[in-house]
Design a protein around this ligand. Sequence first.
Ligand code: ZN
Length: 178
Amino acid sequence: MTELTSALTAPEFFVYCPKCATPLVTKLVNGKPRRVCPGCSYVHYVDPKVAVGVLVVENGRLLLVRRAMNPRKGKWSIPAGFVDSGEDPQETAVREALEETNLEIVITGLEDVIFNDYGKSGEAGASIFIIYQAKLMGGQLQAGDDADDARFFDIQNLPELAFTSTDQVIKKLKAAKN
Ligand SMILES: [Zn+2]
């Protein structure tokens, strides 16, 4: 039996219809609870949040940034950020790397696509994380935006990482280098 409430597909903080301002109700639509408008039949579909990150490896050293903001402030992650509406995820990756490290990169391949089941953990973040491989093109390494430090680390000797999705990818990377 399907539950008639769901924080994921029918968030109750979504109160009014964005089209006609009628208070929304939760109803099953094709078997899933959704916020639905009794006035104009509008159905609110919650889209997954998508983020991209980049793996930049130079001479066995991986580019990491230290997070200046929560979640996981003070821990290290690969340069990453949310894909904006209407933005090519590859552009997001290049833009975030420049903002966080002041380095110019080009995307050379796709490393992985990871699903983070935040519905279960209750953590905020991207549910879909796209990780690209990238090559360094230029620029002077300097932390910026929501990173307060940016450095290359020996892949075999990395600091504590912020996200388990990054851990996963780096384990694979280490295994491939051995
Ligand atoms: Zn409506």
